[in-house]
Design a protein around this ligand. Structure first.
Ligand SMILES: Nc1ncnc2c1ncn2[C@@H]1O[C@H](COP(=O)(O)OP(=O)(O)OP(=O)(O)O)[C@@H](O)[C@H]1O
Ligand SMILES: [Mg+2]
Length: 442
């Protein structure tokens, strides 16, 4: 292997410049000896298998940990399995330590050890006071040497361990710098072994950067049972916790929290959080109903369409996929008279919610038509559809859930696809294609 002696980046191929820190001539060869275990030599292998259905009655219900946070319980399928290893990742400053300490406080009937490699006991004490931590079942350890941590954990009897954060923990058995992938992999492997052997739940906190998808070592994702990822917008107090992987539950749910002056609190009814409070009809604004896991909630799209003064028209939207925006613009040009060839298009989803499902396509199209034609869409309308490449409005997954949630807010018009099974009524209007949409707005 070649390892950068400036930033510890590792690669199998020699390079003159380190691909990570861009320093020159820092890649040094390193020979790593791997100890291979001969089958049966050290481990007392019995060379037999067991019948799956005769393994006993252990069930998730018997071994689960429930927290006082409905959002967290919901995200994890109402149980945190004992002996599971959960990775909690997010950008610096997002609130990982806050959530971890609160999580400890939300579990009252277990012994919890919070290991902080980053903060001193005094800092932890200040944070605990601020967060009104009351549980006497929480012990803290400020340490960043992995062997010392492991020895302490073996001495005490803890049900849950929170390691904040793995990025700063170093093991004597590794020569690599803290935070390097080899260190992290080794420590994680040891912790997984410890968790399974001692029936302990382990939360591992890990810093990732905004481009985490690039820097994320996939091997780590494979090793742990659950991967949670904290999302935020630096200027907003909403925090979303997504489950990217879970060996014991589906990964559709999100947990929504609000960072208040004091702490993170559950936001169990998010429907009115992702729309502006403005009651007036506004040009370029339209509402849709999105579904995240078991919940449906309103989202607001804002469009600004202006004549292109110079060069190519701009297409600007952070929160939905650019190719989807191109598809919506192309469909409008082909199937209606709304042509945006010489217009800049700026799209915003209120409160930065990243929407991956396509069912808000038509709300986006509606807000574009509204801005282009200067016709405001009445605030009491909601659009629930996806556009197909043929300009038709296709059926929507979970349409009943979306319509039911929309009915709660007494919308005067709920626009849904013509081929939906939901019955038409006074406030439910079915639309066939994009031309129908234009007629509704203009
Ligand atoms: N004294 C305070 N009063 C109110 N809010 C605070 C206070 N201190 C911190 N916060 C909030 O907590 C957030 C930081 O929380 P926390 O330290 O838990 O983040 P983190 O993800 O653990 O950060 P790091 O990556 O540095 O470990 C801040 O963004 C801020 O919103
Ligand atoms: Mg922290």
């Amino acid at each position: 292997m070649y390892k950068c002696n400036s930033c510890s980046y590792e690669t199998l191929k020699w390079t003159g410049q380190c691909p990570s820190c861009k320093e020159w001539n820092t890649m040094l060869e390193k020979i790593e000896e791997v100890e291979t275990k001969k089958p049966g030599s050290k481990n007392n292998i019995k060379w037999e298998t067991q019948i799956l259905t005769k393994l006993g009655k252990a069930s998730f219900e018997e071994n689960r940990i429930i927290t006082e946070s409905k959002e967290l319980n919901n995200l994890l399928g109402n149980w945190i399995i004992e002996w599971s290893v959960i990775l909690l990742s997010g950008e610096p400053g997002i609130g990982k330590s806050t959530l971890s300490l609160q999580l400890a406080n939300w579990i009252k009937d277990k012994n919890i050890t919070y290991v902080s490699g980053e903060e001193t006991i005094e800092q932890l004490s200040v944070r605990a006071k601020r967060l009104w931590i009351t549980g006497d079942n929480i012990s803290v350890l400020a340490e960043n040497n992995f062997e010392n941590i492991l020895q302490t954990l073996k001495n005490i009897n803890s049900d849950i361990i929170i390691l904040d954060s793995i990025s700063v923990i170093v093991s004597n058995n590794m020569t690599w710098a803290s935070g390097s992938i080899n260190q992290i992999r080794y420590i994680t492997e040891e912790l997984i072994g410890f968790a399974k052997k001692t029936n302990t739940t382990v939360f591992i906190i890990w810093h990732v950067t905004k481009d985490w998808s690039i820097s994320w070592p996939k091997t780590l994702e494979h090793m742990v049972d659950t991967v949670l990822f904290f999302e935020w917008d630096r200027f907003d107090n909403i925090r979303l916790l997504r489950s990217l992987k879970n060996r014991f539950w589906n990964t559709n749910e999100i947990a929504i929290f609000k960072m208040t002056d004091k702490w993170l609190s559950d936001l169990s009814d998010p429907s009115l959080e992702f729309v502006t409070n403005d009651k007036d009809d506004t040009i370029g604004s339209s509402l849709s109903m999105t579904v995240e896991g078991s919940r449906a909630f309103l989202v607001e799209t804002e469009s600004l369409i202006t004549y292109t003064k110079f060069g190519y028209p701009k297409r600007n939207c952070k929160w939905i996929n650019n190719s989807r925006l191109d598809m919506i613009i192309a469909s409008l040009a082909k199937y209606t008279k709304v042509n945006l060839d010489s217009y800049d298009v700026y799209i915003n989803i209120v409160r930065w919610l990243k929407i991956e499902e396509p069912w808000i396509d038509l709300a986006i199209a509606a807000s574009i038509i509204s801005s282009k034609t200067n016709k405001a869409i009445p605030k009491d309308s909601v659009f629930i559809w996806e556009i197909s490449l043929t300009g038709r409005i296709t059926n929507v997954v979970n349409i009943e859930k979306r319509v039911k949630e929309a009915q709660k807010y007494n919308f005067a018009k709920i626009y849904i696809p013509a081929n939906s099974d939901v019955k038409t009524s006074k406030n439910i209007v079915k639309l066939k294609n994009l031309e129908d949409l234009v007629k509704v707005i203009v």
